[in-house]
Ligand binder design. Structure first.
Ligand code: SF4
Length: 522
């Protein structure tokens, strides 16, 4: 699957195996390639066939990162108890951005763009298997989130595509659709057992705001496609008494069929991940892939925020004065707010706080001259200019890559902040969701306007579980409810907060999208 570099891979078994399957055994290779073409016919797959073509290391990394971004969003939405429907709505724009999967063209053919989309999906799934097979905890997360992704994508298929997908996987699903005659012969029992489930499903599909029993009956009679399965395959459904049982068979309505497909997908993935884990040592002989895999694993809750767009037009209004105004401060995450507050109060911050806040400000677009102005304004309330120049100026210029090794330092992401030593007395760096006392955190949440006890309890639950970035994302949602509602997907960016500057950027982005809407409506 990886483009080979002879110097590094010569003689390695893992690469020899791949090449022998693709060139040594020509017939076997041709069969696999034709199977690959077949699986790319559908935009949904059980990922049974491994990738065979070579890709570059850049594709290897970029494709897997894009998929990882989606899985992180799903994980974050799940941790905030969002329904599948909510996740689906939120994920659609992200799917288009990171992993688009358009339907076949009208003649049913796969053009090069569609082929490339499906290839990216296929390869990125397999790469992440290598990352997530390594521990039970990672496997569970991967299986759960890939299962949700699979479910969402199934719902995005047209009815015809869903039917084709089921047909092409009939060997695995062993589903038997019942005939119209059998349905009518058992109509009363089917209705009594499944009418509530079917009604809820129709409501969720937006078929109406109210659905009468008569409408459900008509739907069952003319549209519902029941399958029947040996009952031991669906014992979990039998416990809920929501399906009809007869002669050792369970009769499953359409709305529950997706649960079965997803369960099949997840069970299959679980088995394969365990198998992948056993073969992993062979792959780890490759010194180009291993660091990438390790990095991707570490980054599950920490995809690097793209800091390449510093100093764009969007940051023209950032200067030493404006960053002290409520208009700008309102966009700060709690960690930066607390640092700014303590800096104003004490006219001083210790080293950790200066670094964290200084790099955050650099990230929001404060240039080095304005940074020197800002910090000196704060510090000169207590010390003179000479002392400031001697003790602090160098360090500020150093952060901007103008002194010492001239490294252009990036703002710290949440993982870096959380990896630093906790703040001791009179220090204010760190993440408040981890470092503040319960009372202090609650009073800070109150200052942000979060006073509802239920909402506070949810945030404190995240904190108890050490899901600090999820607590922060929840706070972002609660404090931007109006804007998020108004934007309704217009801001097609990931919402999980794993970087203070991401919090700031998303907040401003939402504000701007509100302003634009107002301008248009005037
Ligand atoms: Fe800051 Fe990250 Fe903590 Fe939020 S989760 S307060 S952005 S460190």
């Amino acid at each position: 699957m990886f483009r080979q570099v002879k110097r590094k891979t010569a003689g390695r078994r893992n690469f020899e195996d791949v090449s022998s399957s693709s060139s040594g055994d020509k017939k076997g290779g041709a069969d696999l390639i034709s199977q690959l073409n077949n699986i790319y016919q559908s935009r949904l797959t059980f990922y049974d066939i491994p990738p065979l073509e070579e890709i570059t290391l850049e594709e290897f990394e970029n494709w897997s990162i894009d998929r990882l971004k989606l899985l992180i969003e799903i994980e974050s939405y799940g941790a905030r108890s969002k329904s599948i429907k909510d996740i689906e709505v939120a994920l659609r724009p992200l799917l288009l951005k990171y992993l688009p999967m358009n339907g076949n063209s009208s003649d049913g053919k796969i053009n090069p763009t569609l082929y490339q989309e499906r290839k990216k999906d296929h390869y990125s799934h397999f790469i992440l298997r290598l990352v997530f097979c390594r521990s039970e905890e990672l496997r569970k997360k991967f299986i759960k989130n890939e299962g949700i992704l699979f479910r969402i994508r199934y719902n995005l298929l047209t009815p015809k595509e869903q039917e084709d997908f089921l047909m092409s996987n009939s060997h695995r699903l062993h589903w038997k659709f019942i005939s119209q005659e059998e349905k009518l012969a058992n109509f009363d029992q089917l209705y009594n057992a499944s009418n509530l489930i079917i009604k809820n499903h129709l409501l969720q599909e937006g078929i109406g705001s109210e659905i009468t029993n008569e409408q459900v009956k008509q739907h069952i009679k003319f549209k519902e496609n029941f399958i029947k399965l040996p009952f031991e395959k669906v014992t979990n459904l039998i416990n809920s008494r929501s399906i009809f049982l007869k002669g050792g068979y369970a009769y499953i309505p359409t709305s529950l069929q997706l649960n079965l497909i997803v369960t099949e997908f997840q069970d299959n993935l679980n088995t394969i991940l365990l198998r992948t884990f056993q073969t992993l040592p062979r792959l780890e002989e490759d010194d180009r892939i291993l660091p990438l895999l390790n990095n991707l694993g570490l980054n599950f809750s920490n995809i690097q925020y793209d800091t390449n767009n510093f100093g764009s037009d969007d940051t023209n209004d950032i200067n030493a004065q404006s960053i002290q105004t409520p208009e700008i401060l309102q966009h700060y995450p709690l960690c930066a707010r607390i640092l700014q507050k303590q800096l104003s109060f004490n006219s001083h911050l210790k080293y950790g706080g200066r670094q964290q806040l200084g790099l955050f400000l650099k990230g929001i677009g404060l240039n080095v001259d304005e940074a020197l102005k800002f910090w000196s304004q704060q510090f000169l309330k207590k010390i003179n200019q000479e002392k400031f120049n001697k003790e602090y100026k160098y360090n500020i210029r150093h952060n901007y890559g103008l002194e010492g090794a001239r490294i252009n330092y990036k703002p710290w992401d949440c993982a870096t902040i959380l990896a630093k030593a906790k703040p001791s007395k009179d220090e204010y760096h760190g993440c408040p969701y981890r470092d503040l006392s319960v009372n202090n955190l609650i009073s800070n949440l109150n200052e942000l306007g979060i006073e509802d006890q239920h909402q506070i309890n949810e945030i404190m639950d995240d904190v108890d579980k050490r899901d600090y970035s999820i607590a922060c994302t929840r706070v972002f949602e609660l404090t931007h409810q109006k804007e998020l509602k108004a934007s309704s997907g217009a801001v097609a960016e990931s919402m999980h907060i794993n970087h203070p500057n991401l919090y700031f950027d998303r907040s401003r982005q939402l504000e701007r999208s509100m302003e634009k809407k107002k301008e248009i409506s005037v």
